[in-house]
Write a protein that binds this ligand. Structure first.
Ligand code: ATP
Length: 501
């Protein structure tokens, strides 16, 4: 049952994990009918606070109240009963189960049993239909795209009819169209009295949807700002405790010889074939609505998948880039999904970093753990990875820090061609800028980079040209001179605004 209209207050919340102080005396007030954004650098404590609200973690000290009533949450189930629904940062779906079952997954047994299967279908179809179209409720969730699976996770929260909805970086995996529909849904919910706690590292989203913003820094709440007083500079200053330095990028990189070539790569029957010649020092962006081919094309470039057409390293023209030989050819690929595709959950942070580059740590037949430690320490410092010790399990890191470890792993292979699939998803704004500077420098040193990004501003800031995909082919190629967010978004939807076809 929904309990919209009560308001949630967290006072003096502290939580530590071993020696890590994740939250220190944190405060938060979520009013009914507001969208309250929680902002902070990677590892500042946002997800820990969310898990306390969701009944996953219990605070070491501090109190929660809903309206005038003290709230003790010993489990996620108790949080559900108080009308709190949380969508977590990672896309959590049971891939072999149907969309329908995924939407009702974990819902309170009695509540579901009372609902006839036909009613469950109707509610699921109606709720999911507010976010995405044309989904077969009986299809296994694993057959859907990442954005669609995230929409299922959001629908799972919405069918509970929550009074308090928490979205922890839930937009990071959504394509723009679904994100816009989610924002419309959020507005409808807040008009009905629901309080929404929103977390995102994307300033455009924060500015668009927030009524108030609270900033966490090293586990403490340092400010709460009303919509009318929002300024990105102020927020960054609050997040970092410094006056956010913005790094200048080197725009005048000379381009060198071709490094990687795609000839007649065809992504679907009837789709126009794609040619691309990538040059040393070039940074090419790939964009498009989810599922329009940009992801499939990047995987073809990486040799992760095969299909009609050819991808060749220009220096080794006789060898096509195929599954398994990318690294040998100096082609590194960073996948989009951390979980499953790139992280080894049971291993330490350092081992997750070092796995493909163990050879660099060899002394004779032995591995030098000291050398590995030192190599990793350089990346920890360059990418500002916030960790306890290198030996801690990878699961002890915040989501953004996990992403940085994966990025460090591939940068350490010293590739000639770097293929990045949405690498800054979940990474905080200051580190994003540092990563942009690193990518820019790598290009200045002659590396070729292909960057698939769902964040249009990132492409506009960083790349030399963007290929916008539509219907499994390149709809527009937008060169740096005419690269604006409007041009990219227009091309997403099949329109040309200042774009060169
Ligand atoms: N289960 C855990 N075990 C050990 N340390 C943890 C655990 N969960 C979180 N931490 C640590 O607590 C701190 C806060 O992490 P949290 O996930 O709350 O950050 P965050 O602000 O959500 O970051 P991000 O933006 O990267 O998601 C980090 O230093 C993290 O490594």
């Amino acid at each position: 049952m929904s309990v919209a209209g009560s308001g949630l207050r967290l006072t003096g919340i502290s939580k530590h994990f071993g020696a890590t102080r994740a939250l220190v005396d944190a405060e938060l007030e979520l009013r009914p009918s507001e969208v309250h954004t929680l902002l902070g650098e990677n590892g500042s404590g946002k997800s820990t606070l969310v898990k306390i609200i969701g009944g996953v973690h219990r605070p070491d000290s501090g109190s929660l109240t809903m309206g005038a009533t003290p709230l003790t949450l010993r489990s996620p189930r108790q949080a559900h009963r108080r009308g709190i629904a949380v969508v977590f940062q990672e896309v959590l779906t049971a891939t072999s189960q149907s969309v329908l079952d995924n939407i009702w997954l974990g819902t309170d047994g009695v509540f579901v049993r009372r609902l006839a299967r036909t009613a469950q279908r109707r509610i699921a179809a109606d709720t999911l239909g507010r976010l995405i179209d044309g989904i077969d409720l009986d299809a296994p969730a694993g057959t859907l795209s990442l954005s669609e699976r995230q929409a299922i996770c959001i629908a799972r929260a919405l069918v509970r009819d929550p009074g308090t909805l928490v979205l922890d970086e839930s937009t990071a995996a959504l394509d723009v169209r679904t994100r816009d529909r989610l924002f419309a849904e959020i507005r409808r919910l807040t008009a009905d009295g629901v309080g929404v706690l929103f977390i995102s590292h994307r300033m455009d989203e924060v500015q668009e949807i927030s009524d108030r913003v609270s900033v966490l820094r090293s586990g403490r709440t340092v400010s709460t700002v009303d919509r009318g007083d929002l300024s990105v500079d102020r927020l960054i200053a609050d997040m970092t405790g410094t006056s956010g330095v913005i790094h200048g990028l080197d725009r005048d990189r000379p381009l060198g010889d071709p490094t990687l070539r795609a000839d007649g790569v065809t992504l679907a029957a009837g789709a126009a074939p794609i040619d691309l010649t990538l040059r040393a020092g070039e940074l090419v962006g790939l964009a498009g609505l989810e599922g329009h081919g940009q992801d499939a094309f990047l995987k073809r470039l990486a040799g992760v998948t095969a299909g009609p057409g050819a991808v060749t390293r220009v220096l080794s023209p006789d060898i096509g880039v195929r599954p398994g030989n990318g690294a040998k050819l100096g082609v590194a690929y960073l996948p989009r999904e951390r979980r499953g595709e790139s992280l080894f959950e049971s291993m330490s942070i350092r081992d997750n970093f070092a796995l493909p580059t163990l050879r660099q740590d060899r002394r004779g037949v032995l591995l030098s753990s000291g050398r590995m430690r030192k190599r990793f320490a350089e990346f920890v410092s360059a990418l500002k990875i916030r960790l306890g010790t290198q030996d801690d399990p990878i699961s002890s890191l915040s989501g953004g820090s996990q992403q940085k470890v994966v990025l460090a792993r591939w940068l350490a292979t010293d590739p000639k061609v770097l293929l990045l699939n949405d690498p800054t998803r979940g990474v905080d704004i200051m580190t994003k800028r540092e990563i942009y500077t690193i990518l820019d420098r790598l290009c200045a040193d002659g590396m070729s980079i292909v960057l698939l990004s769902s964040e249009v501003e990132e492409l506009v800031e960083l790349v030399d040209r963007v290929l916008v995909f539509r219907d499994q082919s390149v709809f527009a190629e937008i060169p740096r001179e005419s690269l604006t967010s409007e041009a990219v978004v227009a091309a997403y939807f099949g329109r040309r605004a200042g774009a060169v076809a």
